[in-house]
Design a protein around this ligand. Structure first.
Ligand code: TYD
Length: 136
């Protein structure tokens, strides 16, 4: 899986809009865990970690926010402002979510259950991990 910004198909009619995400179709993995963030503040960024094996998909279901993805060499900032946008964030990517609008609801679909030992919470450790991988 690669990091990428996906525009999900929006099935709209006069009653409103509907978006579908099925395992291994719109999303390139099997979802094992769903969590979401709300009551967010524009002056409090979140994330600041990478995962060793976890892959995730980010959706901003309400409002807007920005997401920074960092592979250890390049940093890209994505603006999320529509509920049919999905940002794939693979493992070993340092990420940060910030600039949350009022009422932002940030949904995460993940391919693993929660394990604290899957987190890399120190940026230097993260850089070391991606460097070691490149040299393997
Ligand atoms: P964390 O992943 O650090 O949040 P964020 O990346 O949004 O800043 O998680 C915050 C806290 O919630 C931390 O104590 C771990 C806990 N947590 C769980 O217990 N289960 C989960 O599935 C997640 C994502 C976090």
């Amino acid at each position: 899986m690669n990091n990428c910004f996906v525009e999900l198909k929006d099935i709209s009619d006069e009653r409103g809009s509907l978006v579908v995400i099925e395992n291994l179709k719109e999303i390139p993995f099997e979802v094992k865990r769903v969590y979401y963030l709300y009551n967010l503040r524009d002056d409090k960024a979140r994330g600041f970690h990478a995962h060793k094996i976890l892959n995730q998909a980010f959706l901003c279901l309400n409002g807007s926010c920005k997401v920074l993805l960092d592979d250890g060499e390049n940093q890209t900032i994505y603006e999320m402002n529509a509920p049919n946008q999905m940002l794939l964030c693979k493992n070993k990517i340092w990420h940060k979510m910030f600039d949350f609008s009022d009422n932002c609801i940030f949904l995460v679909l993940a391919d693993q259950e929660y394990h604290e030992d899957d987190y890399i919470r120190n940026y230097q450790d993260f850089l070391g991990t991606v460097k070691d991988e490149k040299n393997d």
